[in-house]
Design a protein around this ligand. Structure first.
Ligand SMILES: CC(C)=CCC/C(C)=C/CC/C(C)=C/CC/C(C)=C/COP(=O)(O)OP(=O)(O)O
Ligand SMILES: O=P(O)(O)OC[C@@H](O)CO
Length: 421
């Protein structure tokens, strides 16, 4: 038997074993964790910002998806991952274009999640993917290796390296088969999904079966981006959940309270994906801080800030409470939201005092001033970040915000945070 014959037989045997493992033995070989119930989608575009104490909020989510369909670049993606170094939950990369993927983002993300749209045009199913693979094979792969080895590779060897890089990246990637059901959304426009492409539960189930058995998509993603799908979404989830076994089933779009999150989980979603309501916390927190800086003059206890927020704002209706409500195992979202908002405002007020003292200092002098301060928020952060990470977080974020207020440079991109001093 020739070498190619042996390779063919081995490949066939391996794929038969895979199918038998999944279907006959019910083995869960899907690399996407089965116990993820809640994904927070963090968009790197400039207008979508993070609350100051984002590690506190993110300590309750299962994982973070970094990506978005508009105004995303490799730079703002890498900056978002820099901030998420301080996330208690793992972060993965969901690019909407292959050029958002760099050596840096590969190292910073747990895995690469590649969208494919089951009810859009062929561009959104395989076109962008083909373009992406070409980019990895011909540009990214060879340049990553050339950087590491210090020599540039071309000719037959360069081509093989490119093929290897593309194969390796895809082997490692997770595929998300999207069914986009809100035709009036950026994702729908991106994928050319129109009213005519919206699916009935029966057809959605058939496409999901094709995704599980033919595309081997690790995730089937029912997407209502920006709006809640209600009864229609529940019917589609029930139809897909009853038919598929190996792929994870995720729902995203318009979730902003416990009832709608619970409804889609009850309908069979393995996890809910939440985006807008998380970013909304940043603007709310910034507004509270603007009010607090005129309300409080001089050092103030966190308890006093908490009491003040309770009387100034309607906490049950705030985005912080709504976001935490979508995480069904957070027992008291409102109490938790009040604590986290108070931590954010307290941290910002303390940094404002440091900024007043250190006007026109260098970055290292600012860092020293932040390090010397005992910040009340550190104890809260120590509960969700391991080891010395809480101190590293307050020092890095604190230095960045103070330096930014003095138009100085900093290592961390503070423009992604809602608060500025
Ligand atoms: C091979 C490599 C390295 C990358 C491939 C990159 C690919 C194929 C990207 C596919 C992009 C695609 C088909 C996008 C369609 C639209 C979509 C599903 C977008 C995801 O939605 P969000 O970006 O989360 O939506 P919002 O911005 O509306 O929240
Ligand atoms: O922003 P929202 O509406 O929460 O949707 C989340 C996600 O499904 C978007 O891709």
């Amino acid at each position: 038997m020739s070498l190619p014959d042996i390779a063919t037989r081995l490949e066939r045997a391996a794929s038969t074993a895979t199918i038998a493992g999944r279907s006959l033995l019910g083995l869960d070989t899907n690399p996407v964790a089965a116990d993820w119930r809640h994904i927070t989608k963090v968009d790197p575009e400039g207008e979508k910002q993070l609350p100051l104490c984002y590690p506190l909020y993110l300590s309750h989510t299962s994982a973070i998806s970094v990506g978005g369909s508009r105004d995303v670049t490799s730079e703002n993606t890498a900056e978002t991952f820099d901030l998420l170094e301080f996330s208690p939950a793992p972060a993965f990369h969901e690019p909407s274009d292959a050029t958002h993927v760099t050596d840096e983002t590969r190292e910073q993300s747990t895995f690469l999640a590649i969208p494919e749209v089951l009810n859009g045009d062929s561009e959104a199913l395989v076109g962008t993917l083909g373009l992406g693979i070409e980019y990895v094979k011909e540009d990214l792969g060879p340049s990553m290796l050339a950087d590491k080895l210090g020599v540039s590779l071309d000719g037959v060897f360069g081509d093989r390296i490119g093929n290897f890089a593309a194969g390796y990246m895809l082997q490692d990637a997770v595929f998300e088969a999207y069914i986009i059901m809100n035709s009036d959304s950026a994702a729908a426009r991106e994928a050319n999904v129109t009213e005519d492409d919206l699916l009935s539960p029966q057809v959605a189930k058939q496409r999901a079966l094709a995704a599980e058995h033919h595309l081997e998509s690790e995730v089937i993603y029912l997407e209502y981006s920006g709006t809640y799908g209600g009864e229609e979404a529940v019917d589609i989830l029930e139809a897909i959940d009853g038919a598929t076994t190996w792929s994870r089933l995720w729902y995203g779009g318009g979730l902003d309270n416990r009832e709608n999150a619970q409804a889609v989980l009850d309908a069979g979603a393995d996890a809910v994906v939440v985006g807008d309501i998380f970013h909304d916390i940043a603007a709310e927190e910034a507004e509270l801080f603007e009010q607090a800086r005129t309300e409080f003059d001089g050092p103030v206890e966190v308890d006093a800030i908490r009491d003040w927020i309770e009387t100034t704002a309607t906490v049950p209706e705030m985005s912080a409470t709504r976001y935490l409500s979508t995480i069904t195992d957070v027992p008291q979202p409102e109490t938790q939201a009040l604590d986290y908002l108070a931590s954010g405002v307290s941290f910002a007020l303390e940094l404002e005092r440091i900024a007043d003292r250190t006007e026109t200092d260098t970055q290292s002098a600012i860092r020293e001033a932040v390090e010397d301060e005992t910040l009340a928020v550190e104890a809260d952060l120590a509960e969700v970040l391991n080891g010395s990470n809480a101190t590293a977080f307050t020092n890095s974020v604190g230095t960045a915000l103070v330096a930014d207020s003095q138009d100085g440079d900093s290592d961390l991109p503070s423009r992604h945070l809602g608060i500025s001093l």
